[in-house]
Design a protein around this ligand. Structure first.
Ligand SMILES: Cc1cc2nc3c(=O)[nH]c(=O)nc-3n(C[C@H](O)[C@H](O)[C@H](O)COP(=O)(O)OP(=O)(O)OC[C@H]3O[C@@H](n4cnc5c(N)ncnc54)[C@H](O)[C@@H]3O)c2cc1C
Length: 512
């Protein structure tokens, strides 16, 4: 029976116990194949076990997994390249620019005390963009290779429902085709949320996509939205020489998921690097009619008004589910008030052969969440079980220092009235951070006051994005801070700060 999805956070934390069941691949696939044989459509020879609309992380991972499971699968992608937002205009190009702009900034400002004398340092932006494009094309072609390896048919075009089992595809190279699927996954992703009154031209008023492809460093850049994407892009262009001001409606940067104490530290460090912040401030209007862009600002609670002039405005107020042009009305599928397709616990819509995964449905808009769902949705299809633990999905902001977290933050625990304890360890007391001359930040644990079970891990520091994997694993396995503290960590590593933070939560740290 179709049942609207309860908020994911309220779900039982894990279905791992189910995954111990033996594979029933053949029993479960055979009804699919039987269904295919019994139908009498004109395009019967084309009918697939699974058709996926969208070749982003959710779509391509599902396609590869389905191919591995022996399903006859096709993936439709309109972009002309696989990998979706993540590989083409998201995670990958942004991390390329973050990495190389950090290197540039460090060479400019942080070499002398390391005993490295450098000569004239010049930015070659075109080459930096080329390096980014090389990473992107290498990865998107890699996915194409994986499609071939796993017998996935790649259809380049825009898909829309003709009926409940048939997708009409307008091919990128012209013409159209129809592809029939016994099962269909919708994985059409998301798009930037527009700011009312400011029309995006990707030149003066840009989204993250424009921010990944600027041809020159703007003198002044305003960023509307101090969430992760806004701050990553703000960091890139500030390091390359722009004067960047971030306007944020909330009283903290990083979005509501970031622990408030960590967010405060992050803001302080980013301010030291040259970023300017206007918190508790809303943009009430924008005017891009002149040479630059003029933003009207007002205190979030009303009152004080001011204007902010810049050459370029980056709109980074979030992303929204993208399902436009899919022809959902042709099959009676509805979206919620935020445009997300409604699904049940097994990713099924009210038409059970149609499932939805990734950004276009509930949950955090993250590539690794999309990937987990893709894998689980194929397992639900072929084996009747699957596993995604929505309580253990890490978030990372790839600024310098990085900020990473998993589980709950202090403000959430307080709101829920949970009795918790806190322990932390600063990188300034960690031997590896000291030798690296990179000591900003800390590791912070939140654990149940009575049982010591880890409830959240929050890291700000040079290697936070890698280190959070250990916190995620600990959360997934229901570890206590004592479990982590009693686990041997290599010396000298930044990860020792992780161990010592756990020690300080259940007992005392040694080195601080
Ligand atoms: C600047 C930026 C940085 C980011 N950084 C990170 C990060 O560091 N880590 C992280 O985890 N996440 C990051 N994200 C988020 C991440 O990119 C998304 O969560 C992820 O791409 C979602 O995958 P998806 O497959 O659901 O959707 P998408 O990647 O958006 O893929 C959907 C695909 O469907 C295609 N499509 C849509 N409609 C149709 C149709 N009708 N027919 C055919 N094809 C169609 C689209 O062209 C698109 O390629 C970032 C996003 C941005 C914008």
């Amino acid at each position: 029976m179709f049942k609207a999805l309860a908020p994911r956070a309220a779900r039982p934390p894990t279905l791992r116990s189910l995954s111990a069941r033996p594979s029933k691949l053949f029993q479960t696939i055979s009804p699919l194949l039987a269904g295919r044989i019994s139908r009498g459509y004109a395009t019967e020879s084309e009918e697939k076990d699974l058709v996926i609309i969208g070749g982003g992380v959710a779509g391509y991972v599902a396609a590869i997994k389905a191919g591995q499971e022996g399903l006859k699968v096709a993936c439709i992608e309109k972009r002309g390249a696989l990998g979706g937002t993540c590989l083409n205009v998201g995670c990958i190009p942004s991390k390329s620019l973050l990495n190389n702009s950090h290197l540039y900034h460090q060479i400019l400002h942080d070499t002398k005390n390391r005993g490295i004398d450098v000569g004239e340092v010049k930015l070659n932006l075109a080459q930096m963009m080329k390096a980014k494009d090389t990473s992107v094309s290498g990865l998107t072609k890699g996915v194409e290779f994986l499609f071939k390896k796993n017998n996935v048919e790649y259809i380049k075009g825009t898909g829309a429902f003709a009926d409940e089992h048939t997708i009409k595809v307008n091919l990128v190279d012209g013409g159209e085709t129809h592809v029939r699927g016994k099962n269909i996954f919708i994985a059409t992703g998301s798009e930037s949320t527009p700011f009312p009154g400011l029309e995006v031209d990707e030149k003066k008023v840009i989204t993250s996509t424009g921010a990944l492809a600027l041809k020159e460093v703007p003198k002044k850049m305003a960023v509307i939205g101090g969430g992760i994407i806004g701050l990553e892009m703000a960091s890139v262009w500030s390091r390359l020489g722009a004067e960047v001001t971030v306007v944020e409606f909330l009283g903290q940067i990083g979005g509501p998921g970031m622990d408030a104490e960590v967010a405060k530290q992050a803001q302080k460090l980013l301010t030291k690097q040259g970023l300017k912040f206007k918190l508790n401030t809303k943009v009430t209007a924008g005017d891009a009619g002149g040479e630059g862009v003029k933003l009207s600002l007002e205190a979030a609670k009303g009152g004080k008004e001011e204007t902010l002039d810049s050459d370029i405005v980056l709109v980074a107020i979030g992303r929204r589910a993208y399902t436009s042009g899919l022809g959902l009305e042709a099959i009676g599928l509805e979206t919620d008030d935020r445009g997300r397709l409604v699904i049940d616990q097994e990713y099924r819509t009210k038409l059970p052969h149609i499932r939805v995964i990734g950004d276009c449905t509930f949950g955090p808009m993250l590539a690794h969440k999309a990937e987990e769902e893709a894998y689980a949705a194929v397992e639900f299809l072929t084996k009747n079980y699957g596993h995604v633990n929505y309580n253990a999905i890490p978030s990372v902001m790839y600024t310098h220092p990085e900020v990473a977290w998993v589980g709950q933050n202090e403000q959430e625990l307080k709101k829920e009235g949970i009795n918790y304890k806190v322990g932390s360890f600063p990188f300034s007391a960690n031997s590896r951070a000291k030798t690296n001359l990179d000591t900003d930040g800390m590791v912070k644990f939140l654990a149940d006051a009575e049982t010591d079970r880890i409830l959240g891990v929050h890291i700000i520091g040079a290697n936070a994005g890698e280190m959070i994997a250990e916190g995620t694993l600990a959360l997934e396995y229901g570890a206590s801070t004592e479990d982590v503290a009693r686990t041997c960590h290599a010396h000298p590593t930044l990860a020792e700060a992780f161990k010592e933070a756990a020690m300080s939560t259940y007992s005392k740290a040694i080195h601080y």
